[in-house]
Design a protein around this ligand. Structure first.
Ligand code: AMP
Ligand code: GLY
Length: 409
């Protein structure tokens, strides 16, 4: 079995690593830290299965184009990928499906948007409707900051066309959960739940990032809770999509918050989480290749099994991330970290220079440790991360330090 993974980040490295247990894997375009990376565009690659990693090519219809060429593809078409491409539409689908979510409104007009903002209590949430590379969400207690965001989003100054529609939400609070469901168009099975750490700073402070670390399993997400979320959120959503003739074959990433009034869906993504993939996938006992082939072919079976242990990943990022990452520094200690037992380093923002890997993005590496418990996995992840250095490297020291509540805002 030959599998082509599309993308170039740490998520794609984790996909390639785990698919590589029983398949020949190539990654396009990949990066110099991912074995099997090729420059050939996906349309020109010959493979038995295509797995599209990031949201942008999915929203842009890559899965449709590959399917039209007769390929077996894991990843939704542009119709389903709109769940991530338009938060306003995603909210409409949630309402249609009867899935609990934050009170919200979508606006193109400033006066109406600001009037709605005034109905919010003390936590203001302003989001771009369109894709903004994870940066289009503002959560603040400062009303004037929220007003400035509404204005700069709507004018196009902050995020171009992605912000010309804004979604304003009621601020919720509680622990968060990332539940990744594998869908075959009709049914879905859950992967092991994970929790990620979105803020840049220790203690969950500072700006939101793509994610500074993650761990799995999550004690608060019992099998019973996952089962009811699969029925009430994921299953209802797939049924709502079907009512619109959308055949969703791919990952449905359900971002949830356990609020005092029950779990609510904050967002759907149409791809594996990053860095959630770096902790969830390595824990798989059953074949990821078989699972994704079954989903892509519309014939999912049982939910896959995961090992009883835990995984923790710590993201190593560049100085200045997320605002203005400094790049071009040589990375030290990668081989030493990878040589440690139960430690795997997944490469994201890296480039090659003079036979050595250098920093080339904000989030550069995710160092995953595995062990019998979250505490032991955490110990290994940090031992691995401690072996790695470059000038100005930043990472959080509190990933998975308090597993049940750490991601609460
Ligand atoms: P999203 O991309 O929509 O998941 O938002 C990114 C992050 O912003 C989430 O993981 C939460 O930490 C936070 N967030 C989003 N929506 C809300 C909300 N309604 N209330 C509180 N925090 C939120
Ligand atoms: N870790 C959050 C995301 O992948 O969107």
């Amino acid at each position: 079995m030959r599998v082509c993974v599309v993308g170039s980040g740490g998520r794609e490295h984790a996909l390639a690593h785990v698919l590589g247990r029983d398949a020949d894997v190539l990654v396009t375009p990949g990066n110099p830290g991912i074995p099997g990376s090729v420059a050939t565009p996906p349309e020109e690659v010959d493979a038995d299965l295509f797995v599209v990693g990031p949201e942008a090519p999915l929203v842009d219809g890559l899965a449709d184009r590959l399917r039209a060429a007769g390929r077996l593809v894991f990843g939704p078409g542009a119709d389903g990928a709109r769940l991530e491409g338009s938060k306003a539409w995603m909210k409409d689908v949630l309402v249609d499906a009867g899935v609990p979510t934050a009170q919200h409104g979508a606006f193109t007009d400033e006066t109406a948007a600001l009037a709605f903002l005034d109905t919010m209590a003390d936590l203001f949430v302003v989001k771009t409707d369109g894709l903004a590379a994870g940066k289009g969400v503002l959560v603040t207690e400062d009303r004037s900051e929220a007003v400035d965001a509404v204005r700069s989003y709507l004018s196009g100054d902050a995020f171009g066309d992605a912000g010309r529609t804004v979604v304003i939400e009621e601020g919720l609070s509680g622990p968060e959960l990332s539940l990744l469901a594998i869908c075959d168009g009709t049914t879905a099975v859950p992967l092991a739940p994970a929790q990620d750490f979105k803020r840049i700073g220790v203690g969950d402070i500072g700006p939101n990032t793509g994610g500074m670390g993650a761990y799995s399993p999550v004690p608060v997400a019992t099998d019973a809770i996952v089962g009811s979320l699969m029925d009430e959120a994921v299953g209802s959503t797939i049924a709502a999509l079907r009512r619109q003739d959308i055949d969703y074959r791919g990952v449905l990433y359900c971002g949830l918050m356990f609020t005092p009034t029950g779990p609510k869906v904050l967002e759907y993504n149409v791809r594996f989480g990053d860095p959630e993939a770096q902790v969830v996938l390595p824990r798989m006992v059953d074949s990821l290749t078989d699972l994704l082939v079954a989903a892509a072919g519309g014939s999912l079976g049982e939910a896959p099994a995961f090992d009883e242990g835990a995984a923790v990943t710590v993201v190593c990022a560049t100085e200045g991330y997320p605002a203005s990452p400094r790049t071009g520094d040589p990375i030290h200690g990668l081989d030493e970290a990878n040589a440690l037992d139960d430690v795997t380093v997944f490469c994201a923002g890296v480039a090659a220079s003079g036979g050595k890997l250098t920093t080339a993005g904000g989030r550069v590496l995710a160092v995953t440790g595995q062990g019998p418990t979250v505490a032991e996995a955490r110990e290994r992840a940090y031992t691995g991360a401690d072996a790695i250095s470059w000038p100005g490297m930043q990472r959080r020291t509190d990933i998975a330090a308090a597993p049940t509540v750490a991601a609460a805002d």
